[in-house]
Every structure is written in C-alpha cells, then in structure tokens.
Design a protein around this ligand. Structure first.
Ligand code: FAD
Ligand code: ZN
Length: 474
C-alpha cells in the first residue's frame, strides 16, 4: 500500500469509525458481483452511517484522487457496483444507512435513506395500509439507492412505472462533497433542469444518492393472479391487448415465459410444480389489482380468460384460488434466473422492443441464432407488458457453459444487438450499462446523445471520481 493510500485509510477510519472501514480479510461480498462474473480488489470498503459522513468520505477520496464505487445491495446485473482489480478504488457502501425516515400518509409519500432495503420499504408502507409498488426478485437485498441509480423496473411497471416514476425527490452528495437536499416530495416543481431525473439511472457515475422521497399508492382491495398457456408469442401479445382493454389500470403485471425457461425451472426446482407448460410455446402470468373486492377481481379475470379461450388466443388457463397459490405462481416466474444459474452461465440480454414487434423480433433472431450455432437454446422470458425481454442464450445441451460463454459471447451479442437495433429496440431495458456493456453502449447509442452524456459527466464530476469507466469510457 502506498503511503498516500495509508493516509486515506486513516482519514476514512476517522470519519466512519475504524470498524466500518474494511481493508483486510474476506471482502468478497463487496468485491464480487452478484452473478460472480467479476471479482475486483478494493482499496477499502467504507461504510458511513450518515449523509454528512458520505460527504466527508467523498471529500477525502477527492483529495487523494481515489475513485469511488458506490454500492447498495450489490444485486446489480451489469458489474456496476464492484471495484475493478486495480486495488485503488474505494467501495462506498450505503448498507448502514437503511432507515425509513418519515411517512406522510396525507401526501402519500415516504422518505428513506438510500441503503433502505426495498422489502423493508414495502413493509413500512404496508403497515400504514399503503403500497410501494416497486417489486423485483432481488427485493430482499437490493436498496432504494441502487433501485434509483439503475432506474429499476420489475413486475409492476405496466401500472406504476419504473423507479424513476416513483421518485419525487432526492438527497445527493456530489463530486465536490456537497450535499444537495431535494427531498420536498412535490408532485409539481418546474424550477429549471430536473436534477433528480439526471441522477436517477446514472448508475453511480454522477453522485451518491443518500436519501429519497418516494410515491405511495393505496393498497388494492384484492389481487388475483392468472396463469395462461398460449400457442405463440403473437397470441401472448393479443392476450395483453385484450387484458388491457378489459381490465384497464387494474392490470398490474403481465409476464411471459418461454417453454424452455419453464422446463429449466421444472428440472432444477422440482417442488415448484409448473402448470400447463408441456404443450404450449409460452405461458403468461397476469396480475389484476382490484379496488373493489376479491369476488369482483375473480369475475373480471375469469371473464377475460373465457373470452380469450373463445377467441382461440389461449390454450388453457388457471386462476389462483388464494394468495398462497398466487405466490407459488410468482415463485415459478422468479425462479427462472436461479434455474439458469443451476443450468450454467448463459449470455444475457435485457432488451426492449416495441411490443407490437416482439413476436417478429423473436422469430427472426431465434432463426439467426439457430443458423449460426446449431443446437443453441433460448431462455426467453420477461415483462411483456413493458416490451422488455430477458433474451438469454444458453449453450447447446451437454456443452460446457463457461467455454460457450468465453468463445461465443461476442458473436452472440453482436447478432442479438444488431437485431435489436433493426427492430428499433434498446440494448438495456432495466439493468443498465455498468462495466459490462460500456463497449456496447458506445457502439449502439446515438452519437449526439453520447456526446451530451459525456458533457454532463465532465460538468458534474470533472475529476472522474465516481464509478470511472462504468456507463461511459473513462
Ligand atoms: P447495486 O447492485 O449495489 O448497485 C447498482 C448500481 O447502482 C451500481 O452502478 C452502483 O454504483 C449504483 N448505486 C447503488 N447505490 C447507489 C447510491 N446510493 N447512489 C448512487 N449510485 C448507487 N432489476 C430490474 O430492474 N428489474 C428486475 O426485475 C430485476 N430482477 C432481479 C432479480 C435478481 C434475482 C437479481 C439478482 C437482480 C435483479 N435486478 C432487477 C437487478 C438489480 O436488483 C437492480 O439493478 C437493483 O436496482 C440494484 O440495487 P442494489 O441496491 O443491489 O444496487
Ligand atoms: Zn426483469
């Protein structure tokens, strides 16, 4: 360790307390990404307990020229929250700043520290009879700061929008170590540039989010979940249209799962019994949130499914009998990422395409893939209601997954992303860019947009202190 680094460690210890600045022992929880694709080496992990401590950490790092990688729950999927292997980056963990600060029921808002775990926030809202609708499979460990920094999506975007749409205000520590307090909780505020929206989705490259004021909604009177088998992706899109016209804003979730994705769940999680997937190409999970009653919800959903059967849109369907059955159906959907891990690493794509063009995109791209890699398998599932697919490419059966990834990733990415471009889509719908897709962004983003992003980065973080080399090239 250089003498300067040793001085920085001493300063960080003075700010956070020696017990909360880690530089020795097993730091893998902070240094390796969730998918275990990359393991870096941090100079130290600093765990401040307050916004003032965050500001002091940023000032100290700036003085010593030490880059900062901000980290929440470390569940991100694009290697954005872990250090590189230089041993010079400080991981700034918000884990200790996990409190719910205030809940204003009349204003329908809640203010939390950035390290608050998503599930704890959902629970705090529920205890007051209210709903915080952001929901994703990592909710037991991801944090609100991470959700906002990545503009996370999840399973209820269709009705409530993504993290950006749920945020009214932020508190941020900027690259100069100053605190910007923008936590008013106003639904209207047209006083110049929207700085909040600049930090949301910036993946830790512009500042450290230390707290947020978020929107709450009424808890629905009832939720009802249906599982339908459809013969084709065209019919899944047709079912979405029918459900939107019949259920309106009551339709809060609409997920699609390809047959192979469901087979992986059935194979690796035998206790989760996957309904109706053997004979149909896709299954759909639809959720209705009803303001009236469970009875009304069931009726609306059953009528929708009868109509869909009559019109030959679906092969078959079931409606969950109770909340526990509904949970089981959602477990199947949520188990797909884990079933992929069991099957072996695959090449992931988190893409969005205009919903109307998704069926054509999938058949076109699937055919191209099959032609270039014989026997390749597609784990295709996602948030169809948002036009967002997790379009993952798995090695042919029996082949070594790691070898497949090493030898085929560039080729598969080029093929898939070219196709995404041709269909007017985006190469990252909800997971972000991180370190993983910097090259791809440089290649696929509009050059004028990239220039403006560079100019914003330069203006707000001229020293390149925050997450250097993530999202944009250094
Ligand atoms: P981290 O992983 O710690 O960080 C993510 C990025 O945000 C990094 O660039 C980091 O530097 C930055 N960051 C973190 N905290 C702050 C802060 N306070 N201030 C500034 N920058 C910060 N994502 C979805 O969008 N939809 C899904 O449905 C979804 N499902 C998932 C399912 C599983 C099983 C897993 C493992 C992940 C899933 N994700 C999903 C991805 C991930 O959970 C989200 O990106 C989440 O929002 C990250 O939160 P985090 O606290 O773990 O952030
Ligand atoms: Zn997703």
């Amino acid at each position: 360790m250089t003498p300067q680094a040793a001085v920085l460690l001493q300063e960080l210890s003075a700010i956070c307390g020696a017990a909360h600045v880690l530089s020795q022992g097993d730091l893998s929880a902070w240094e390796a990404d969730w998918r275990k694709r990359k393991r870096g080496k941090a100079l130290a992990v600093a765990r401040p307990a307050s916004t003032e401590e965050v500001a002091a950490v940023v000032q100290a790092c700036a003085r010593h020229g030490a880059p900062i990688v901000t980290q929440g729950g470390n569940t991100g999927l694009v290697v954005g929250s872990t250090p590189d292997d230089s041993g010079t980056e400080v991981v700034l963990s918000l884990q200790r700043m996990n409190r719910v600060l205030a809940l204003d029921a009349a204003n329908m808002t809640v203010t939390v520290q950035a390290g608050c775990v998503l599930q704890a926030l959902q629970q705090a809202a529920l205890e007051r009879g209210l709903l915080f609708p952001l929901s994703l499979a990592a909710e037991g460990s991801c944090t609100i700061g991470g959700n906002l920094a990545t503009n996370a999506g999840g399973t209820q975007v269709l009705r409530y929008g993504n993290a950006r749409d749920l945020c009214l205000g932020l508190q941020v520590v900027n690259a100069q170590g100053q605190i910007w307090d923008g936590l008013q909780g106003l639904r209207k505020d047209n006083t110049g540039y929207d700085l909040r929206d600049l930090f949301i989705g910036s993946e830790g490259t512009l500042g450290v989010i230390t707290a947020a004021t978020l929107k709450l909604y009424p808890q629905p009177a009832a939720q009802m979940t249906a599982w339908a088998a459809v013969p084709t992706l065209e019919q899944a899109v047709a079912l979405l249209g029918l459900a939107q016209s019949r259920l309106g804003p009551g339709l809060t979730g609409f997920e699609v799962m390809g047959q192979f994705a469901l087979r992986l769940v059935a194979r690796h999680f035998r206790h989760l019994r996957v309904p109706l997937h053997e004979h149909s190409a896709y299954c759909v999970l639809a959720e209705l949130s009803d303001a009236e009653s469970a009875e009304h919800a069931r009726q609306s959903l059953e009528q929708l499914l009868e109509l869909a059967l009559e019109k030959n849109i679906i092969d078959d369907a079931v409606v969950a009998e109770n909340q526990s059955q509904a949970r089981q159906l959602w477990h199947i959907r949520e188990a797909i990422p884990l079933a992929q891990v069991e099957e072996g690493l695959n090449i992931k794509h988190d893409i969005s395409i205009p919903i109307s063009r998704i069926p054509e995109f999938v058949s076109h791209t699937e055919a191209l893939l099959a032609r270039s890699i014989s026997g390749v398998r597609l784990v295709n599932f996602g948030h169809l209601g948002d036009g967002n697919l997790h379009f993952n490419v798995q090695a042919p059966g029996g082949q070594d997954a790691r070898h497949f990834l090493q030898t085929r990733e560039a080729q598969v990415n080029a093929l898939v992303y070219e196709s995404v471009r041709a269909f007017g889509g985006s190469i990252s719908a909800e997971h972000g860019i991180g370190a993983l897709k910097v090259d791809e962004l440089a290649h696929h983003k509009n050059p004028v947009a990239l220039q403006m992003m560079q100019a914003i980065k330069q203006a707000l973080d001229p020293l390149g202190l925050f997450n250097p080399g993530r999202v944009l090239f250094r």
